[in-house]
Design a protein around this ligand. Structure first.
Ligand code: TNX
Length: 629
């Protein structure tokens, strides 16, 4: 979130005159004084400057610097406006104004400000004659009634009034829209020419956390919300609605008079992302979080470790990333899924992970990390040699083909390792749920380990499932003691399972698993491979990319699937639904986009919108307007 924001208005005045009005708003927590403003604008000030309420202090080509009247202090939320009238030429387009701006402090340091498109007067809130338009919003609001549509959608909505907190949320959604769509106008402004469409905000504590309502009355729009989350959702709805109407005015329009009442269907609206099989640059992760937010998805399940790579810095175990983040011909883990011969791989530092968490929070997305335990641990075991029982022969192979890749529950080293990793994880990730995997331990795992045999005899533990449950119960106790909830794949319920109390399980192998887990008393997120695994192919064609162990999943299947069903346990225990992006086949950005879109938007709508408003034809019309990676 930027701390300072610039709005700019252009006016052609009488006798070929012109006027550039610049308004700086302080969105930071502290009063702003002893500063000047720098901006870069292709429409230049011609010396001598003629400026009201400010003084030009420097200029070189497009670079301009203005100081406020002596002694000016802007409290948080306040603005300073100055007007320049000695200008090089008439501005003709919104991009003729400032492209970047900075607040410059007395000590010479500076901070980037956000800059709105330059505006010009001329908006009219006229009614359209036609009435057969679509509201270009995805996911579709739970309920809306439009009495009439605008003939032409506003480009910007001007926030009228508003507290500094509200201004920050509005600024945050503006910045989100700017990052995702560099070609579209920014949706919100704090200052506007006469006649602009106006947005007023009204807090109402009676509304549910994520709920919001919008009343449209010509150029006067009122957004009512309960919390910042609801406010953000309402702003995204308005931004999408305006953008769609401007992108395709035949099909979409912006409401003139009407009302939206909206709230999510599910609390948990997630996407998982596997960064082990392929690792994505930090910038891609941040953009992916933005994409989730634009779809009103609110959880990133960050799958940080797997056999092919350990992707999170653990300060007390640097070997995990020195060795385990890389594959290569001269390394313990050989090249796997499209990797090159030498030293493929990288990882995220804890600072970078914290940046992802902070970025997520700024747009309403919580980050749940996953460290996949005790299976899928080939990279960890290759990094730390004392994680194996030296007397255990290579005796089991995971479904992905790794030998002896599960942490052995009978070793002290396993527990020391687990605790070290979890302690550091808790310090980086504040979200209450910590996902510890639990999936796909090979059926015969540990049975030929003398240490495991001893443990089984001593504690009367039965087989691999029992050993796994023994280990996971300890993990669950540790996380509970630290006030967290244990997340895990459905196998966490096997072999006696961990307690449903303080657990959240992710059903994946079959559609019916969600209800089975709910019947066992677990809170559950539904992510069946058959409907929500975005690595699945979308057709049976030989050249169609993806996997097909769960079948063929065209977008209609992801869109139409109803995880809720009518099972009574699900009415209580189903927390939501989630897409999973497994990366085995995702060897390029193009492939990422092919696998993920439009199925991710389909799942976003299934997560948010009630069944009665789902409509595949309408969805298909809007989805091309949504952002991709
Ligand atoms: C199963 S889903 C796995 C993953 C694979 C995925 C491929 C799950 C919990 N385990 O390790 O990447 O299938 O579709």
């Amino acid at each position: 979130m930027t701390k300072y924001h610039l709005d700019v208005i252009w006016t052609d005045t009488a006798n070929d005159g012109r006027e550039l009005a610049v308004t700086l708003t302080n969105l930071s927590d502290s009063p702003l004084s002893d500063f000047s403003v720098g901006y870069t604008s292709i429409t230049r000030t011609v010396r001598p400057s003629v400026c009201q309420n400010g003084t030009m202090t420097r200029r070189q080509a497009n670079y301009h610097e203005y100081a406020p009247p002596a002694g000016l202090t802007l409290a948080p939320g306040e603005s300073w406006r100055f007007v320049e009238t000695s200008l090089s030429r008439k501005a003709l387009h919104s991009n003729d104004g400032p492209k970047s701006a900075f607040v410059i402090f007395a000590d010479g340091s500076a901070e980037q400000a956000s800059v709105a498109d330059m505006q010009i007067a001329g908006f009219e809130a006229a009614r359209a004659e036609r009435s057969n338009f679509t509201l270009g919003v995805l996911p579709q609001p739970a309920s809306f009634a439009v009495a009439s549509w605008m003939a032409k959608a506003p480009v910007h909505l001007k926030l009228e009034g508003g507290s500094v907190t509200e201004k920050r949320v509005v600024g945050g959604v503006n910045a989100l829209a700017r990052r995702l769509f560099t070609l579209r106008a920014n949706p919100f402004v704090f200052v506007a020419p006469e006649g602009a469409a106006v947005l007023r905000l009204a807090a109402n504590a009676a509304l549910a956390e994520e709920a919001y309502q919008i009343n449209f009355n010509g150029s006067d729009i009122v957004l009512t919300y309960g919390t910042d989350l609801g406010l953000r959702h309402g702003l995204v709805t308005l931004a999408q609605g305006m953008m769609a109407a401007r992108e395709d005015a035949d099909r979409f329009a912006f409401p003139h008079t009407g009302r939206i009442e909206d709230a999510p269907r599910h609390v948990w609206r997630g996407s998982h992302l596997d960064v082990s099989r392929q690792v994505y640059p930090l910038a891609d992760i941040l953009r992916f979080v933005d994409i989730l937010a634009w779809h009103k998805l609110n959880r990133l399940h960050w799958h940080l470790t797997d056999d092919e790579g350990w992707r999170l810095e653990i300060k007390r175990l640097p070997q995990l990333t020195e060795i385990g983040a890389h594959t290569g011909l001269n390394r313990p883990v050989l090249p796997q899924l499209g990797h090159g011969p030498f030293e493929h791989g990288t990882f995220y530092t804890q600072d970078q992970a914290r940046a992802v968490v902070a970025h997520g929070r700024s747009v309403g997305v919580e980050v749940m990390p996953e460290i996949d335990l005790p299976g899928h641990c080939a990279a960890a075991i290759a990094s730390l040699p004392d994680l194996v029982d030296p007397d255990e022969p290579e005796s089991y192979w995971s479904i992905q083909g790794y030998g002896n890749n599960a942490l052995n529950p009978a070793l002290d080293a396993t527990w020391t390792f687990t605790q070290t990793v979890l302690e550091e994880l808790l310090a980086v990730f504040p979200f209450e749920v910590i996902h510890v995997g639990g999936d796909e331990v090979a059926p015969e795992a540990w049975l030929q380990s003398p240490k495991a045999q001893e443990l089984m005899a001593r504690e009367r533990i039965n087989g691999t499932d029992g050993l796994q449950a023994h280990y996971l119960k300890r993990v669950h106790a540790f996380l509970s003691a630290h006030g967290r909830i244990t997340g895990g794949w459905e196998e966490v319920a096997h072999g006696g399972g961990v307690s449903p109390d303080r657990s959240l399980l992710f059903a994946w192998t079959l559609r019916e698993k969600t209800a089975e887990l709910a019947a066992l008393g677990y809170d559950v997120v539904s992510s069946p491979g058959q409907t929500y695994y975005l690595d699945m192919v979308q057709s049976g064609d030989w050249n169609e990319p993806g996997a097909s162990w769960a079948g063929i999943t065209p977008v209609e299947t992801s869109y139409g699937y109803e995880a809720q069903g009518d099972d009574p346990h699900l009415a209580v225990k189903l927390k939501g639904i989630q897409a999973c992006i497994w990366s085995e086949h995702i060897t390029s950005r193009e492939r990422f986009n092919h696998q993920v879109f439009p199925r991710l938007p389909a799942i976003a709508e299934a997560a948010w919108s009630p069944e009665k408003v789902k409509d595949f034809a309408r969805f298909s019309a809007i989805v091309p307007l949504m952002p991709k990676a």
